[in-house]
Design a protein around this ligand. Sequence first.
Ligand SMILES: Nc1ncnc2c1ncn2[C@@H]1O[C@H](COP(=O)(O)OP(=O)(O)OP(=O)(O)O)[C@@H](O)[C@H]1O
Length: 355
Amino acid sequence: MTEEDLRRALASIADPAGGGSIVETGRASGIVVRSGTGGFVLDIGGLSAEDAAALKRAAEQAAPGARMITTAEAAGGAHGQTGQAPTQSAAGGGARRQPHEQPAPDLAHLGKIVAVASGKGGVGKSTVAANLAVALAAEGLRVGLLDADIYGPSIPTLLGCPGRASGEQGRIEPVEAHGLKTLSIAHLTKPGKAMIWRGPMAAAAMMQMLADGDWGELEVMLIDMPPGTGDIQLTLAQKVKPAGAVIVSTPQDLALIDAEKAIAMFDKVNVPILGVIENMSTFVCPECGTRSDIFGHGGAEETSRARSVPFLGAVPLTMELRRASDSGRPAVLSDDEAGAALRAAALALKTELES
Ligand SMILES: Nc1ncnc2c1ncn2[C@@H]1O[C@H](COP(=O)(O)OP(=O)(O)OP(=O)(O)O)[C@@H](O)[C@H]1O
């Protein structure tokens, strides 16, 4: 038996959660054959006991004698619900890519890839990512922005470019907005569909948008990561090999603890930290202009000093920024304080990328 035989046998089994065969969705991974004996990992996470038992039986029958390791570690999303792979709904059925199975695609045409990440949700990571991207495009760079926040895609709203991406023959045409190219899972799926994907499917979707997107020749590709340190972050580090990561945090202690965790995770997988940005740094009252440090102030700068990573700047919490984000006109295009702070952070990032 060869690995190809084993892979083909497993590919004949449909993932009970939908999205294609268990090889296509990444539910069967780590497929190896050593001295004629096969082995693979079967992820039964997110399945009902009944579906899991049926799947194990089907795998045993399809690959008799192969060593099967079952794991539920990668489970995520709603249990037992059906997900949908992006090519089915958008790009017209191109070759799917498996982060765990296929060699890393050649992404040299994407230029310097920068992950914008946060340890904790809701700190304004997507807002910062969108504004950095628009500011870098305004500086004349050819910029891409990938929304890899599969579970809460917000880039189309922030850039004011909802709707569906077009595509043919397995390629996906990115959407153009504010001088840059962007793709989001929200451009590829019906609302709500992406939320129920399991971890490996979400990672596969990110890789597919990167590899199958018709991005052209870019200088910088920013990736708006989902919050936390899960499957997608690992796939990114292993397959995409980014030039570095930008960590967004509020000055609040809890957010900073999680930001530290994110820094440690990127350190561990050898992704350099290009800098830390403190968001919601100081609240500026829209009525009287009074400043108050609702979440504290300066904590992210202290963290970056303690970890010897660059501090790219502090962005205030302002009504204008919130309104600009909701209306799809990035704050960086206006002259107010938050816009200026974001432009400065983008320039600091540009300097880091050039050094
Ligand atoms: N500096 C700021 N001033 C005012 N509002 C802000 C600021 N930064 C972000 N926001 C608002 O906070 C909300 C959350 O921001 P955003 O979606 O960017 O966070 P996130 O960290 O990406 O969240 P998630 O973890 O859900 O992906 C949005 O409504 C956004 O407009």
